[in-house]
Design a protein around this ligand. Structure first.
Ligand SMILES: [Zn+2]
Length: 114
């Protein structure tokens, strides 16, 4: 399962950033997940809850913010979104666009209990 390996990666990343003595104090891991990233937030949360038990991060939880898929159109200079995740401007139909947000996942914050 895709989300299971992502959950494992998140745990590894947090362990890289947080000193070992503080692992048990990690309270929340803030994530931003793009709606076109291909990651199912609920499924990721489920996998994380299932595997954290066997890790030093068992006191932590994921806090997920969903980021909308947004495009910027080079022709009409507007920022639009479309529900299909295709890179076509929703206003003028132009394909000369670039993706502003919504296709990736980021860990934005790791919160420790003090
Ligand atoms: Zn446009």
């Amino acid at each position: 399962m895709h989300e299971l390996s992502i959950a494992q990666n998140i745990i590894e990343i947090v362990k890289d950033y947080v000193p070992e003595k503080d692992y048990k104090d990690v309270k929340s891991i803030m994530l931003k997940i793009g709606e076109m990233s291909g990651i199912v937030a609920d499924s990721l949360e489920f996998c994380f809850e299932a595997i954290k038990i066997d890790t030093p991060l068992s006191n932590s939880k994921l806090v997920i913010e969903k980021i909308p898929f947004m495009l910027f159109c080079n022709k009409c200079k507007s920022e639009t979104s479309n529900t299909f995740g295709v890179r076509i401007c929703d206003k003028c139909g132009e394909t000369d666009t670039y993706v502003v947000s919504g296709t990736d996942m980021k860990i934005t914050e790791i919160e420790l209990d003090s």
